[in-house]
Design a binder for this molecule. Structure first.
Ligand SMILES: NC(=O)c1ccc[n+]([C@@H]2O[C@H](COP(=O)([O-])OP(=O)(O)OC[C@H]3O[C@@H](n4cnc5c(N)ncnc54)[C@H](OP(=O)(O)O)[C@@H]3O)[C@@H](O)[C@H]2O)c1
Length: 327
């Protein structure tokens, strides 16, 4: 097998594509032949030692992938060789094969395209947990999505539309705004050009958005929070811009509003039954065509460094997928 190896987490340049022995699954494990993996923002941080989870060295990055079970270890009952699966394990995806705990592999119907599956679970689960569980977004409410053309942003637009909400998508270019509109956003704001607060005032007739979905942080957070509606819910999803915002508490008092944390990874670990029910609903929505990952491009796994550069330059619209067509 081949894999991208990180033995010194000083950045993307230090990664090397190496041939390594194909591992055998131990008890409770399976070996997955990886067909596709997607790039998520944490993949960028983990190879720079900037992510909250720091795997022991050396490791294979790649938080999310989909493929076909090729070998099963002792005691594995619910997966057989040939079964299609999706895995979100934090590492292991940027290679041709990976060992995964069988209990953490999500079985997929063969009708679920593996490129979509590799780009689905992490972003859609995060946005469903954020909007349905944490924010209790209701039909007819208005949602503002920041960084709306990114991975989690595009999934948030589609999920909010499936729930019957009105979506204002905010992003840094007209091109990104056009992508948001093409997947259902009702209105867009280009925050590189337009004043966020003024635009929100106009688009909501002074009321403000009921829910704000923020995977960006940085300088956008305070003006966004100042625009929120009475009883608004502000979802803290991530800090792609870098700085972690600090908000004055009087803003929450003045709007009767809540600041709500979102951590899908821990939700899945701490509340596995609720997570499984949520994944079932998402799979149904996918089958009904209500949600579908926006694939910016699919590139060969060997082009990982170019893919990282594309994400690092804030260029990805939707998701970037790496594929192993030959495996
Ligand atoms: N809480 C959770 O459970 C959870 C789960 C998954 C991901 N996340 C977090 O959500 C965030 C977004 O992840 P993602 O995979 O959707 O990433 P992504 O596809 O790269 O999207 C991030 C968006 O942030 C905006 N951005 C602003 N400043 C940026 C900068 N300096 N560098 C890069 N992007 C910048 C960009 O939109 P514009 O150019 O339009 O501003 C970009 O589209 C990350 O912080 C990630 O860790 C959290």
């Amino acid at each position: 097998m081949h894999a991208w190896i990180c033995d010194n987490p000083v950045g993307v340049d230090a990664l090397t594509w190496k041939e390594i022995p194909t591992p055998q699954p131990q008890a409770g494990e399976v070996r997955v032949r990886i067909k596709a993996a997607s790039l998520n923002f944490p993949d960028l941080l983990i190879v720079q030692n900037k992510y909250q989870f720091k795997p022991p060295l050396p490791f294979v990055p790649g938080s999310e992938y989909a493929g076909v079970v090729e070998a099963v270890g002792d005691g594995v009952r619910h997966l057989q060789v040939g079964q299609h699966v999706a895995c979100v394990l934090g590492t292991g995806g940027f290679g041709t094969h990976a060992i995964a705990p069988a209990a953490l592999c999500m079985p997929l119907p063969e009708s679920f395209p593996l490129e979509d599956a590799a780009a689905f679970v992490l972003t859609y689960a995060t946005s469903h947990h954020a909007l349905v569980d944490r924010a209790q977004l209701k039909a007819g409410e208005t949602l503002l999505v920041l960084g709306a053309a990114g991975g989690v942003g595009t999934s948030a637009i589609q999920i909010a539309k499936a729930l019957g909400a009105r979506v204002i998508a905010a992003a840094s270019s007209d091109e990104k705004c056009a992508v948001c509109q093409s997947i259902g956003a009702d209105a867009t704001i280009n925050y590189s050009r337009d004043n966020l607060r003024e635009s929100l005032k106009t688009l909501t007739e002074g009321k403000g958005p009921d829910v704000i979905y923020d995977p960006v942080g940085g300088d956008l957070a305070e003006p966004a929070f100042r625009s929120i509606a009475w009883r608004g819910r502000y979802l803290v999803v991530g800090f792609a811009a870098g700085p972690i915002p600090a908000l004055p508490w009087n803003l929450m008092l003045l709007k009767g509003a809540s600041l709500v944390g979102v951590f899908w990874g821990d939700f899945a670990k701490r509340e596995p039954k609720n997570n499984a029910a949520m994944m079932q609903e998402l799979a149904q929505w996918y089958a009904q065509g209500k949600v579908k990952p926006v694939l910016d491009r699919v590139v060969p796994m060997a082009d990982l460094k170019e893919a990282y550069a594309y994400m690092g330059s804030r260029s990805v619209k939707g998701k970037l997928v790496l594929s192993n067509p030959g495996t």
